[in-house]
Design a protein around this ligand. Structure first.
Ligand code: NAD
Length: 330
């Protein structure tokens, strides 16, 4: 059986090849999936896509014509796939629901600690024999209030870490998690959670959550709020956030995801002129930390992603009914 991978990177090849116990024929393409590149899926039983592959109705129609029966997402989020169109075309869609929530949660904490204690600046200073502390002042996380939006797998792991730091954790989710409540997480309406000292986003991107952070919600936040987004770029209205950074309303921003990341992330553009003025403006702030969608990027997560994706494809291709409900999207 042939699986064609789109948007693949060298590490995808390494891990998927290593964990390919099924002995499938794996074709690794660097190109994103689009109206032109979809033709390269000819002869495949399954395609394997990542966060920035837009799997729209037109592409699904072409896949169906080529008898591609499975779209396997090697990620958790699935906002980039038209599930209705896939269902109508009889194409199965699967994902990796929880490969290593701790990987993403720990990265969110790393971003928060970096922004707070300015370790990125300290590293550069010391290398230049500048041992002065002026400008590196941080604050204790102990006792601060953390607002968590979305307490699924990743949000839950994040809440537990922050409770360990001695923070007060408030959360908003459509469903309260009993285990977290017992651990001391205080579920509150969104409007209350927005008043926290630090806000971390862990909900999926959908019609309800698109631009959940925008001028009206920022207006409800504390002066000096810190925002961390490791979920999806579309949760944040970038223009409004830039405005609030300029005014000082947002004192620090950590983003591992960006609304227009598709054209930028996962590429080395060091020789190019970046045309996206919003990311350039964000990059110019001393209190903004940007990482390029690397929160998932741990050894454990990549092993789990490869194993689960290949097992998902096997279960669907062999119709075994063994695929987990959380992994099956159509
Ligand atoms: P999950 O499905 O386990 O949890 C999502 C939670 O959000 C659920 O508890 C759900 O009830 C809640 N939710 C849904 N709609 C909501 C709303 N309107 N308001 C508040 N909460 C809402 O997902 P997860 O594994 O925790 O992943 C969360 C998100 O993290 C994914 O959707 C994905 O976009 C992102 N992610 C990012 C990376 C990365 O590398 N940066 C890696 C994996 C996942």
């Amino acid at each position: 059986m042939k699986i064609v991978f789109f948007s693949s990177q060298p590490y995808d090849k390494t891990f998927f090849t290593q964990y390919n116990q099924q002995g499938y024929e794996l074709i690794f393409l660097e190109t994103h999936l689009n109206e032109q590149s979809v033709k390269l899926a000819a002869g495949a039983t399954a395609i394997c896509v990542f966060v920035n592959d837009r799997v729209n109705a037109g592409i699904i129609e072409q896949l169906a014509k080529m008898n591609v029966g499975i779209i396997a997402l090697r990620c958790a989020g699935f906002n980039n796939v038209d599930l209705e169109a896939a269902k109508a075309a009889g194409i199965k869609v699967c994902r990796v629901p929880a490969y290593s929530p701790e990987a993403v949660a720990e990265h969110a904490v790393a971003m928060l600690l970096t922004l707070n204690r300015k370790t990125h600046k300290a590293y550069n200073r010391v290398r230049e024999q500048n041992f002065a502390l002026q400008g590196l002042l941080g604050y204790n996380l102990y006792g601060k209030t953390i607002g968590v939006i979305g307490t699924g797998n990743i949000g839950k792991a994040f809440c537990k870490i922050m409770l360990g730091f001695g923070c007060k954790v408030m959360a908003f989710d459509l469903i309260a998690n009993q285990e977290l409540m017992a651990a001391g997480v205080d579920y509150q309406p969104l409007l209350e959670v927005l008043k926290a000292d630090i806000i971390s986003l862990h909900c999926p991107l959908n019609e309800q959550t698109k631009h959940i952070i925008q001028k009206d919600t920022i207006a409800l936040m504390k002066q000096g709020v810190v925002i961390i987004n490791t979920s999806r770029g579309g949760l944040v209205n970038t223009r409004d956030v830039i405005h609030a950074l300029k005014s000082g309303h947002i004192s620090a921003l950590g983003i591992d995801v960006y609304e227009q990341e598709e054209k930028i992330f996962f590429k080395n553009l060091s020789e190019d002129i970046i045309q996206d003025d919003e990311i350039q403006r964000l990059m110019s702030f001393p209190n903004v930390l940007i990482t390029a969608h690397q929160a998932f990027f741990t050894q454990e997560a990549l092993e789990q992603i490869a194993t689960t994706t290949l097992n998902n494809v096997q279960h669907l291709a062999e119709n075994t009914n063994l695929i987990s409900q959380a992994a099956l999207l159509t």
